[in-house]
Design a binder for this molecule. Structure first.
Ligand code: WT7
Length: 651
């Protein structure tokens, strides 16, 4: 065996080039790679020039004090003006910015002119409360248009928003308010989720009671159910509704902070990832235009992400609005009131571009082809995936069942920290392989390196790093520069360490292999949990699989797989040995799981990520650790009960 940092064992020979029709009309053409390669900074200047600047920059990139980058220094612009005002000024006020669909079935169309009026009123309201440029504002909302309006109003006056996902607890919200010292919270009485009103206001009350920095709480009326009222509370419709409908926007420095977004790290303390103005907007607009091939006059674009995540910031709000897209915004869950809701919405709005997560795709796969097949999905022309590895089976299902075998798929790798897409196919250029994110976008420099920081090549794996600064990169962790340096820049000198394993196949295409803490070392071989999961899921009896490395006296780590079988399929008596052999034939005998446990559910976070840490606890016969970030708190009990009752199997 060779000594790759991560063994490169799987293979994928299917290739899907874009159709000639798609390729010829695509925004991004092949020359873009050469252009960016010849002069990276000139390329980024050209992308920045697509925006409206009040004052041009004098320096494209200042990297004299790494890892603290300054992009487009000297330039001034206003993000809200770029996302709203300039489109209205260009005569597009009547174009719909958002088709909103509430979970209970209520709908609203918000045009760019409506958005300009509402953002202006909200900006005036914030100023009337004394919120100033640089102040932090926490946003804790359901996925309704006012969430985007609140973000844009902050951006308009230079206040720094910190959106906290509406599923977080009072404890988590309070910690984020405290860390950022937010002066205002914007929330709603509640939202609609799974057919019921979900409370937000009482959670805010609890968090704000322990947050002395907060002076006011602005409350959107969404559900109309009774809520307790405190002396900090103001109804959004009372205050915002009474404001003048115009607001004169001031331009801010390119490096003025735009937002903080908290993400979890290896310690209990969340990291406030800081993004700034000019570089962020440049890269989200550039990637949205080229990766999603957006045609503002004809496309109906749907990114299913909540504004509580970076995907919602960059591709539900700032990217699409900067490019004058018409978007769909849907408040609810995919199974309310029925499991065809998403496909019904695609049919109703003639959605052309859909951007979602593999966890959703695998859920739809489990529910069966008949559901999407009973709707007209022929309007779709491009599909996107983000957030985790999309295994080749889910990729193929997405392509055939949702995309009718005609839509390019863009598997987009990026992070809260990168702000915008970094690694992805270009839909009219790249011949894609199911499960591969293919390669860095024009203007982006990525590499894979071994433990010592040496770059590896075709057929080898290692750690994914970013080798040059990029415009939408994080500018730090709020209030903690040391942690910023230690987390991202200390593993390898001068390289950004993403925390992901990756490999190049023999053709040089890039495959993500999961977080490096999800990488196992078995008998001196480093193996990706994701690669083994993909192999398991490729078996016709398997719906979902999660693999962890459990410590093993003999081999260092042993591979333990948790598998959900497809309901109604008779897996047979020897399913465990069948699956072990299947993994051996898909990857290698060294990848055979030591143990396969058949379970009914897997523990997931609210954003759908499997919590392998908890599975590792079970695999290593330990008491199960902290479960507070689980979407469903009962799942671990169910798994343990199932295993005790003998539904687990081991051979
Ligand atoms: C981590 C970042 C980017 C927005 C949503 C997640 C994983 C992300 C992919 C992809 C394989 C992916 C990585 C990354 N990830 N996209 N296309 N293929 N893995 O943002 O919560 O900051 O998570 O998500 O592990 O490091 P996030």
């Amino acid at each position: 065996m060779d000594h790759d940092t991560i063994e490169n064992l799987s293979h994928e020979s299917r290739v899907f080039p874009p159709s000639p029709q798609f390729a010829s009309q695509a925004n991004a053409q092949p020359e873009m790679y050469a252009e960016a390669g010849a002069d990276r900074l000139a390329f980024w200047e050209k992308q920045a020039a697509e925006l409206q600047w009040e004052t041009p920059w004098h320096t494209v990139l200042d990297w004299t004090n790494p890892p603290f980058a300054r992009w487009f220094d000297g330039g001034k612009l206003n993000v809200a003006v770029n996302c709203v005002d300039r489109h209205v000024a260009a005569g597009h006020g009547d174009q719909v910015a958002y088709h909103f669909e509430g979970e209970p079935g209520d709908t609203r169309d918000i045009t760019y002119a409506d958005l300009l009026r509402e953002v202006s009123q909200a900006a005036n309201a914030l100023e009337s409360l004394g919120v100033k440029a640089g102040d932090r504002v926490a946003v804790y909302m359901p996925l309704i248009p006012e969430a985007a309006v609140a973000m844009l109003a902050c951006a308009r006056i230079g206040a720094v928003h910190s959106v906290v996902f509406g599923g977080y607890s009072a404890h988590a919200l309070r910690a984020r308010i405290e860390d950022a010292q937010a002066v205002l919270v914007i929330t709603a009485d509640g939202g609609h989720r799974k057919g019921k009103p979900m409370d937000l206001k009482s959670i805010v009350d609890e968090a704000v009671a322990a947050s002395p920095s907060v002076k006011d709480v602005l409350v959107v009326k969404r559900t109309g159910h009774d809520v307790a009222w405190t002396d900090k509370d103001i109804w959004w419709h009372d205050l915002v509704g009474a404001q003048p409908e115009t607001h004169e926007a001031q331009a801010f420095d390119a490096e003025h902070p735009l937002f903080i977004l908290y993400t979890s790290g290896t310690t209990g303390q969340p990291k406030g990832i800081l993004h700034t103005t000019g570089g962020y907007l440049t890269q989200v607009a550039y990637t949205h235009r080229n990766v999603f091939d957006i045609k503002p006059d004809t496309d109906i674009y749907w990114c299913t992400a909540d504004v509580g995540w970076i995907t919602g910031h960059s591709y539900s709000v700032y990217g699409p609005l900067a490019n004058r897209a018409t978007s769909l915004m849907y408040e609810g869950t995919p199974d309310t009131p029925h499991t065809g809701r998403w496909w019904e919405l695609v049919e109703k709005h003639r959605v052309t571009i859909l951007y979602t997560a593999p966890t959703a795709i695998r859920t739809f796969m489990k529910w069966g082809d008949a559901i999407p097949q009973s709707f007209d999905l022929s309007s779709l022309r491009l599909l996107g995936s983000v957030g985790e590895i999309i295994n080749p089976e889910a990729w193929m299902w997405y392509r055939t069942v949702i995309g009718g075998d005609r839509c390019p798929i863009v598997d987009t790798w990026w992070q809260t920290e990168t702000g915008a897409i970094m690694i992805s196919p270009l839909p009219g250029v790249t011949a894609t392989r199911p499960g591969s994110a293919m390669g860095p976008l024009p203007g982006i420099s990525a590499a894979i390196c071994d433990e010592e920081g040496n770059v590896v090549h075709e057929g080898h794996g290692g750690y994914l790093v970013l080798t040059e600064p990029w415009p939408s990169m994080l500018r730090g962790i709020w209030g903690d520069n040391d942690r910023y340096i230690a987390t991202y820049w200390a593993h390898f000198a001068h390289l950004y360490f993403a925390g992901d394993g990756a490999k190049y196949d023999d053709d040089g295409d890039l495959w993500l292999l999961g977080r490096v803490d999800d990488v196992m070392n078995v008998s001196g071989h480093r193996l990706s949990t994701a690669e083994i999961e993909s192999a398991l899921v490729s078996h016709p009896s398997v719906a979902e699989a999660a693999v962890v490395g459990a410590s093993d006296e003999l081999t260092g780590q042993g591979i333990v797989a948790f598998v959900i079988l497809i309901s109604g399929v008779d897996a047979g008596d020897h399913i465990v040995s069948t699956l072990r052999n299947h993994v051996a034939s898909e990857i290698s005998a060294i990848a055979k799981p030591r143990q396969i446990l058949i379970v009914q559910e897997l523990p997931k976070t609210r954003s759908g990520k499997i919590m392998r840490r908890l599975l590792r606890d079970i695999a290593e016969n330990r008491a199960v650790g902290d479960t507070t970030t689980l979407a469903d708190a009962n799942v671990m009990d169910l798994i343990s009960a199932g295993l005790a009752a003998g539904t687990s199997t081991e051979d």
